[in-house]
Design a protein around this ligand. Structure first.
Ligand code: C2E
Ligand code: MG
Ligand code: MG
Ligand code: MG
Length: 282
């Protein structure tokens, strides 16, 4: 009996495995189609100055209009990286961001737009060339572009990539370290990196309003970030209490649902216009 049960489990396991493999294959072919059928879109999340609440930037975040419904990056980015499809997707993202910067410029909106870059994209020598071409083609000024690279990626990228980043920065683009606090940073290396902003990961923000320890850690990290001559950005702020604490401990820029959720372009522009009076009132 026990043997039979064991076999049953093994068969069950094989079934699960087969289903998983089929899912992955399906996702991959769907992703390929998505690139061809133009199913990707960007949403925009504001970043505001901690001091006066003015909008200082937005982060572009990828969404997939899958025939079965809207898909979040968490459900497909990893697969896109594994299959290398992220390179094509990333090219689409970068071109779209360049066009958005240009479109907003014509509307009189002069704020930074940040874009997320995956490790696999930076493996391709053509990435920076294509990025530059996209910005030139759209007539988008480089100083309105910010690249977000994760802490882990920043710790491991090659000297060629660092040189390309330095060139881009020379053009006026800025660099932000994303998800800071989730990887292992070598502070000496961090000091040598050509970076402008460091984004404290949501996991570091989560407890700042109810834990003295969490608040002390966040404050120390903000001190470190300022010591590196960078601006501190807090991501994933979900409550007004968290925002208040972050203002008090010297964080420069706030981003999170408590400020605004990521929005489609029209809603984003309306939101940005809506905070205009506040801007005038100071
Ligand atoms: P990320 O760059 O760290 O982006 C922040 C994520 O947190 C976004 O999730 C955003 O919607 C979410 N978020 C913002 N405020 C809050 C908050 O107050 N609470 C919570 N719980 N979440 C908040 P999203 O859009 O699902 O993106 C997830 C990740 O996917 C991003 O993390 C980024 O690593 C990656 N990603 C997004 N768009 C792109 C892209 O165009 N290219 C690449 N390569 N990666 C992307
Ligand atoms: Mg990001
Ligand atoms: Mg992040
Ligand atoms: Mg992330």
């Amino acid at each position: 009996h026990a043997k039979a049960m064991g076999r049953g489990r093994a068969e069950h396991f094989t079934e699960i495995l087969a289903a998983e493999i089929a899912d992955r294959a399906r996702l991959e072919s769907d992703l390929r189609e998505a690139v061809d059928k133009d199913q990707f879109t960007l949403v925009y999340q504001p970043q505001v100055s901690a001091g006066d609440g003015r909008i200082v930037a937005a982060e572009a975040l990828l969404r997939w209009r899958h025939p079965d419904g809207l898909k979040m990056p968490g459900t497909f980015i990893q697969r896109a990286e594994e299959t290398g499809l992220i390179v094509e997707i990333g090219e689409w993202v970068v071109e779209s961001v360049a066009e958005t910067i240009s479109r907003w410029g014509r509307l009189g909106i002069q704020q930074r737009l940040a874009v997320n870059i995956s490790p696999r994209q930076l493996d391709h020598a053509s990435f920076f060339r294509k990025l530059r071409e996209a910005m030139l083609a759209a007539n988008a000024p480089a100083h309105l572009l910010e690249l977000e690279i994760t802490e882990t990626l920043a710790m491991h990228c090659s000297s060629e990539v660092l040189e390309a980043i330095a060139l881009l920065r020379h053009d006026g683009a800025t660099i932000a370290i994303d998800d800071f606090g989730t990887g292992y940073s070598n502070i000496a290396r961090l000091r040598k990196l050509p970076i402008d902003r460091i984004k404290l990961d949501r996991s570091l923000i989560e407890h700042v309003a109810n834990s003295a320890e969490a608040r002390t850690i966040a404050q120390a990290l903000i001190g470190l970030i300022h010591g590196l001559n960078c601006e501190a950005v807090a991501e994933g702020i979900e409550s007004e209490d968290q925002a208040t604490v972050l203002r008090v401990i010297g964080c420069d820029i706030l981003q999170g649902y408590a400020v605004a959720t990521p929005m489609e372009e029209d809603a984003f522009l309306e939101w940005a216009r809506g905070i205009e009076p506040q801007r005038i009132a100071g």
